[in-house]
Design a protein around this ligand. Structure first.
Ligand SMILES: [Zn+2]
Length: 531
């Protein structure tokens, strides 16, 4: 059992606990559904939807309607329940526009009235105009990434969910929005004239432009629209190790906004803008098919978990105010403290101690009269053995301490009193809570050279567990980290990737770092989710 499934602390983790939900999940069935999302099928859908014969899929055009016809054919083949008007898959509106809608009714009699929307817009800009194209206009804009990629992803999600031998507990509405490029028309129309009562919608996913994964980076929007979503994403990302770029701002730039606006939690995944965006060159051969598969499979894990969870987290009203500007303020790392001593040194060689290679002007080292070429033999009563240990000694020492140096030409070492700057530091971190994520802290400062720095921690890292133990809040985290006399193992998340980091501070009142009794993990090994 991984820590996030522990209820020992009674922390509100309902959603992230739910991979092992109230009922036993058929792991083999889950895997079969997960594996039904294939590179070849995704590629096949994108190839078709981004073919010239659909003429850029402009809403209301013959090409746009033909693309809708392709979606209808796939949904019929997969025998999805129609969820449009009058027992059909279609909701018509505007100038010949069509949303295409299908549903899986949930299997739990108490939860099936709750509905999770999984949507993507299938329209694009046709041949482009000065208003919607970066040109050249007049040529077919195939919109392979925008948004044949997301449409294909949702088609594969329909297939994955219909592959399950039993429906998930909650219901799922699959929505292919029309008219997004004309101003989110399809999703706006649906939320004002919903074919499923709007108060039944508990969550909405949006896949818009998921076909150009580059450097493994995926932008995530809406992760603050309900508590705990960042953690949920990061836990499921263990399988994919995508570099998740969590963006606070939720803008009216795609269909998830129509739901967010109405107080429904949302998640939108997006592989980023590129030079072919809204140009005729957004073609199928430029799609990263493996990347599209990873994003689609991640969406499957998330949607499956939310569909099975005992509770879906509620919308956070505060997220409406959490802009990208608020994010950059919150994520501004604290300025590093000035160095306590102000020395640089060379590598260990045959002679005792460390050779000083630089003394910073006006530093405590300069004030104590230390010089380049001196060798540091002892510090605060400890023999100096290597640079990493020396850094920890400097950070942990009281302000008034002493240093023993050997000066070139002198026969004997000499002791020098030194007055360090700032307060002693043992671990070397400062942290803060995030109102959108309970039981998580974010590091705001990592002192250079400290045990935390040496463990590879960095500002903005998020910590989920200490020695395998969840914690309730920042205060409890502080107790677990600072009270320890043992190596401290942190479960850390950076850009959505989980990894363990072991902090090896100096032994209490000792001269050497603690030694980890467990072998260090292989490079960045994350705990893998059991499925
Ligand atoms: Zn677009």
């Amino acid at each position: 059992m991984r820590f996030w499934r522990s209820t020992a602390l009674g922390v509100p983790l309902a959603v992230v606990l739910a991979v092992a939900p109230a009922r036993a999940v058929d792991v083999a069935a889950f895997h079969a559904a997960f594996n039904s999302i294939t590179v070849s099928e995704l590629g096949h859908h994108v190839d078709l939807l981004a073919d010239d014969r659909f003429e850029g899929r402009e809403a209301g055009s013959s090409g746009g309607r033909a693309a809708g016809g392709y979606l209808l054919q796939v949904l019929e083949e997969l025998q999805l329940e129609p969820a449009g008007e009058g027992g059909t898959y279609v909701q018509s509106f505007g100038a010949g526009y069509r949303n295409i809608l299908g549903m899986i009714t949930g299997g739990d009699p108490k939860l099936r009235h709750e509905v999770i929307v999984i949507g993507a817009h299938y329209d694009h800009v046709g041949r482009g105009t000065a208003r919607n194209s970066f040109g050249p206009t007049g040529q077919i804009h195939n919109g392979a990434d925008d948004n044949a990629s997301g449409t294909s992803g949702v088609l594969e999600l329909v297939q994955a969910f219909t592959t399950l031998p039993e429906p998930p507990r909650r219901s799922i509405l699959f929505a292919f929005w029309d008219g997004e490029e004309k101003g989110l028309l399809g999703s706006k129309h649906w939320t004002s004239a919903p074919t499923v009562p709007l108060d039944r919608i508990v969550f909405a996913f949006n896949a818009d432009m998921i076909g150009r994964l580059q450097d493994n980076r995926v932008e995530v929007y809406g992760s603050r629209s309900a508590a705990g979503l960042r953690r949920l994403l990061s836990q499921h990302n263990a399988e994919f190790r995508l570099n998740l770029d969590f963006k606070w701002g939720v803008n009216a730039d795609s269909d998830h906004y129509s739901f967010f606006e109405r107080g429904i939690p949302v998640l939108m995944l997006h592989t980023g803008l590129h030079k072919d965006y809204h140009r005729p060159s957004d073609d199928t051969e430029r799609i990263n098919r493996e990347g599209t598969q990873s994003v689609t499979q991640l969406m499957f894990c998330l949607a499956y978990e939310l569909a099975e969870a005992d509770a879906v987290p509620a919308f956070r009203e505060d997220s409406r105010l959490e802009t990208n500007v608020a994010q950059s303020e919150f994520e501004r790392a604290m300025a590093p403290a000035p160095p306590r001593l102000g020395l640089s040194w060379g590598t260990v060689d045959a002679a005792p101690g460390l050779p000083i290679t630089r003394v910073a002007a006006d530093s405590p080292a300069a004030q104590a009269g230390l010089r380049i070429g001196d060798r540091v033999i002892r510090f605060n009563g400890c023999d100096v053995t290597d640079g990493a240990q020396f850094q920890l000694l400097v950070l942990a020492a009281p302000r008034a301490t002493d240093i023993v140096i050997l000066r070139p030409g002198d026969p004997e070492p000499q002791g020098v009193a030194v007055e360090l700057r700032g307060e002693p530091v043992r671990v070397g971190i400062a942290w803060d809570e995030d109102v959108a994520e309970s039981s998580v802290v974010m590091l705001t400062r990592v002192v250079p050279g400290s045990a935390a720095d040496q463990a590879g921690l960095a500002p903005l890292d998020r910590v989920y567990a200490v020695d395998g133990q969840a914690f309730a809040d920042a205060r409890e985290f502080g107790q677990l980290v600072t009270a320890t006399t043992q190596p401290v193992e942190l479960l850390v998340e950076r850009h959505g990737v989980l990894q363990t980091r072991t902090i090896l501070p100096l032994a209490e009142a000792g001269c050497q770092r603690l030694v980890s009794d467990t072998p260090p993990p292989e490079d960045g090994t994350a705990p893998t989710q059991v499925r």
